[in-house]
Design a protein around this ligand. Structure first.
Ligand SMILES: *Cc1c(COP(=O)(O)O)cnc(C)c1O
Length: 382
């Protein structure tokens, strides 16, 4: 089997048979000529149902998350939330129960609370760090156990293999949102998870120039059902967006190595700073789930959160005082970002079990020169 970086560059992306183009073209097309009624060329009929640029991305995604698993299937969507919605409406029906993480991307919680719950789905939140708590939260109607690891924004780690056992013992599927780790640092399907979700907007795209989502599964039948719903519901990734994500994926490995290195240096600065309280990073030996992170990740990623001792106003001031770290939502791009989760990405979970501390600052550490990032943060903390 080819290594990760080779698959990232070549899987699903053989040179174009027509011209030899080494990059998969953007098939900016809605419909395809048929050779007689029903005479489809390579199965292409209409671009909601299938598009060669999207096909290339989907094959690449499957090769990254489930190397060597023949039955694996990747599906690309218009956004991470479009992928989540398609999953929810494929595997759940009203009356079913879902266990959700108590620390998660705010938009995922909002989708469940404001869209899935009114549709008839019951929800319970549990700590991703505690497989026993997840087991206790399950009911005979639980169809999905859904976790993020690392979580957004508190960088908690769930033990994927242990939670897969708990979920399967109760007859549920395990869904892992792998956005924070990326396919390079963690492959949940190989650890027993059933479905991997990505917001490809983040590390997979990597350049803050596209919004997209993905689902990857190992089971052929589940893959068929999801592909059916992808077409029936229609939340597909368009050809140009698919191409941008594929272009990003080619450098995922080298970017993540650099994100890891830069984040480690930023963490060192924060740990030694008198104004900084708790630092949240799974690479820290003092992180409560460090051993689990070491076991299931090949690096600790570029996301770092920290609490500011002087409180919320000081945290807000720091967010406005950096120049290289751009104040903004989202994450996973080559450029560094800073944000205040309580007022920004996680404003929608205020008052819920997912509420975050108001003195929390979240960094998406980019791949600029580490010294410049450190100098920018030092100045802002001062
Ligand atoms: C951004 C994000 C999502 C949602 O993805 P969109 O592409 O914004 O729809 C889901 N999960 C996590 C962890 C995210 O960071």
């Amino acid at each position: 089997m080819d290594g990760f970086n080779t698959r990232a560059i070549h899987a699903g992306q053989a040179p174009d048979p027509e011209t030899g183009a080494v990059v998969t073209p953007i098939y900016q097309v809605s419909t395809y000529a048929q050779d007689g009624v029903g005479g489809l060329r390579n199965g292409y009929e209409y671009s909601r149902s299938g598009n060669p640029t999207r096909t290339a991305l989907q094959e690449c995604l499957a090769a990254l998350e489930a190397p060597g698993i023949e039955s694996a299937r990747g599906l690309a969507f218009a956004s991470g939330l479009a992928a989540e919605d398609t999953l929810i409406r494929t595997v759940l029906k009203p009356g079913d129960h879902v266990v959700l993480p108590n620390d998660a991307y705010g938009g995922t919680y909002r989708l469940f609370k404001k869209v899935a719950e009114p549709w008839g789905i019951d929800l319970t939140t549990a700590a991703v760090t505690d497989p026993d708590a997840i087991a206790a939260a399950m009911t005979p109607k639980t169809k999905l156990v859904w976790i993020e690891t690392p979580t957004n924004p508190l960088l908690n780690i769930g033990d994927i293999a242990a939670i897969a056992e708990v979920a399967h013992a109760g007859g549920a599927l395990l869904v892992i949102d792998n956005t924070f780790a990326s396919s390079y640092l963690q492959q949940p399907l190989l650890l027993g998870a059933d479905v991997v979700i990505h917001s490809t907007t983040k590390y997979l795209g990597g350049h803050s120039d596209v919004v997209g989502g993905a689902l990857v599964v190992a089971d052929a039948e589940l893959g068929e059902q999801l592909a059916y719903h992808q077409n029936a519901m229609g939340a597909i990734a368009g050809p140009f967006d698919s191409w941008l994500v594929m272009r990003g994926i080619k450098t995922l490995g080298v970017r993540m190595d650099r994100h890891n290195d830069n984040a480690a240096k930023v963490v060192e600065l924060l740990e030694g700073h008198a104004g900084v309280g708790q630092v949240f990073y799974p690479g820290l030996p003092s992180h409560p789930n460090h051993e689990v992170a070491k076991k299931q990740m090949s690096g600790f990623g570029g996301m770092v959160s920290f609490r500011v001792k002087a409180g919320e106003q000081a945290a807000l001031d720091i967010c406005s005082a950096t120049t290289l770290f751009t104040l903004g939502e989202s994450l996973g791009g080559v450029e560094s970002l800073i944000e205040h989760p309580g007022r920004m990405t996680h404003a929608s979970v205020s008052g819920s079990p997912l509420e975050v501390p108001n003195d929390l600052v979240r960094l998406s550490v980019g791949i600029e020169e580490a010294d410049d990032l450190i100098a920018d943060l030092e100045k802002a903390l001062h």
